[in-house]
Ligand binder design. Sequence first.
Ligand SMILES: [Cu+2]
Length: 243
Amino acid sequence: MLERFPSVISGLVPQASSYAAGMDGLFTLILISVGIWFIASEVIFFWLIFRFRKKEGVPGQYIAGEKPSEKKWITYPHLAVLVFDVFIVIGAVRVWYDIKQDLPPAERTVRVIGQQWAWTFVHPGPDGELDTADDISKVNELHVEVDRLHHYKLESKDVLHNFSVPVFRLKQDAIPGRVITGWFTPTLTGEFDVQCAEICGIGHGLMGARIFIETAEQHAAWMAENTNPLQLAAQTSSSSEGR
Ligand SMILES: [Cu+2]
């Protein structure tokens, strides 16, 4: 349902993953729920300052706020804020579940390795499998195919980093010693930013990379360009032997 909310940021940062619209909907829900109270409280605050400003001959009053007739001005808005909170929590849990808890089966898997201060992306080669001889390793360049469900296996060689793809509305910490699996389905072709979103040392700001979301044909062409022809020949002959 959150996907149907209008997005206040999609004009600046396009939505390029299956869950980006849901995340933007949550942003809108929070903006409205918090914004209403922010504007209301500021308007009342300044109105009170103006209305009860110093006047000649009128002594100041001391209001302790202990009488029930005064207390209700705190209790009722407080309860209303809690009701809005429940809506935000329900929305947040739904989006969190979709992006982080749920792990739909992968069509492709890429390995993402953070280190001070660059990203290494390991792509499966023509055999579609990671950790085989035809893997394609690139520094600061991630190539994926549109409309394919990708798993990423996120690692760090040294300190905490964070794999952040703004157009996907995805952020995930990389933790040394752990391999963290997550997923995304790109929905838009093009070239976009990948960032490190965790201060990881003096060169943190240099840890920008690019993601290339390609059509099936573009991706196949990129793969052919980046695969060693000898390896490709060996693969084709071994797969035909297997038949
Ligand atoms: Cu980093």
